[in-house]
Design a protein around this ligand. Structure first.
Ligand SMILES: [Zn+2]
Ligand SMILES: [Zn+2]
Length: 244
């Protein structure tokens, strides 16, 4: 009996091979290396379940709050310019590992993983659906240093998964700023004043600002203020994780 490649004259791989290879050597989970990870997220069911969820959070800024509340004390006292924030996980435990690998080690496949996770988690929560995703921009010097902007990479995967278009050219960081987490709260907004600019007309009424982690929230506050000043009706914020 002749083999397939002899009949067709090419060296084709039999169709069943990829399936057989996958069965014999299943791809391992990116966190615990156990076999049998989810094809989209790269995580095994156990690690997916273990990611620290941000279960009860302020609707406006996503900071964890006590059961029975919808807004935190700060948002009640001084509402931010953005309208709502969704950050499904806390910046704790294994979520720190995933984000660290993306940001510090420059492993961009992790951006795909985080973008898909976010798309899955937000699928039925993000209503009304925004018209445009705007990743939080990085200054060009910071970009040169790292080689990529993690927020853009996550937004790219998210946009691919949920179909909401993304624009990276409309928001610009025009001034290098100090790391927000190193500053006392009163100085954070001052540190960011005039740090961003709009680069053209925003072709939407409802946009979402996308960041990897929300720490102080001052960056998204400043960007939302800028967008609202330019007539954007609704600004939401989405992030993978929120510091508790
Ligand atoms: Zn795992
Ligand atoms: Zn709040």
């Amino acid at each position: 009996m002749r083999c397939v490649s002899a009949m067709t004259g090419t060296r084709q791989m039999p169709r069943a091979w990829p399936y057989l290879l996958k069965t014999l050597y299943p791809a391992s989970c990116v966190l615990c290396r156990a076999p049998g990870r989810d094809a989209d997220t790269g995580l095994c069911p156990g690690c997916l379940e273990d990611l620290p969820r941000n279960r009860i959070a302020c609707r406006r800024c996503a900071i964890p709050i006590g059961a029975g509340h919808t807004l935190c004390a700060r948002c009640r006292r001084q509402p931010p310019a953005f309208d709502a924030t969704l950050a499904p996980w806390l910046y704790q435990g294994s979520m720190i590992h995933l984000i660290h690998r993306l940001k510090s080690l420059g492993q961009q496949p992790y951006a795909r993983l985080l973008g898909r996770l976010l798309a899955e988690r937000l699928a039925d929560r993000a209503t009304p659906r925004p018209e445009l995703i705007l990743p939080v921009p990085a200054h060009r010097l910071r970009l040169r240093e790292r080689g990529f902007n993690p927020a853009v990479e996550i937004a790219r995967a998210l946009s691919h998964a949920n179909g909401v278009p993304m624009r990276v050219d409309l928001l610009k960081k025009v001034r290098v700023t100090e790391h927000q987490s190193a500053l006392p709260r009163e100085q954070r907004l001052r540190n960011l004043r005039n740090a961003f600019s709009l680069n053209g007309e925003i072709p939407a009424r409802h946009v979402v600002l996308l960041d990897d982690v929300i720490t102080t929230g001052a960056t998204t506050r400043e960007l939302a203020r800028l967008l609202k000043r330019h007539g954007i009706a609704r600004v939401d914020v989405w992030a993978v994780a929120r510091t508790p």
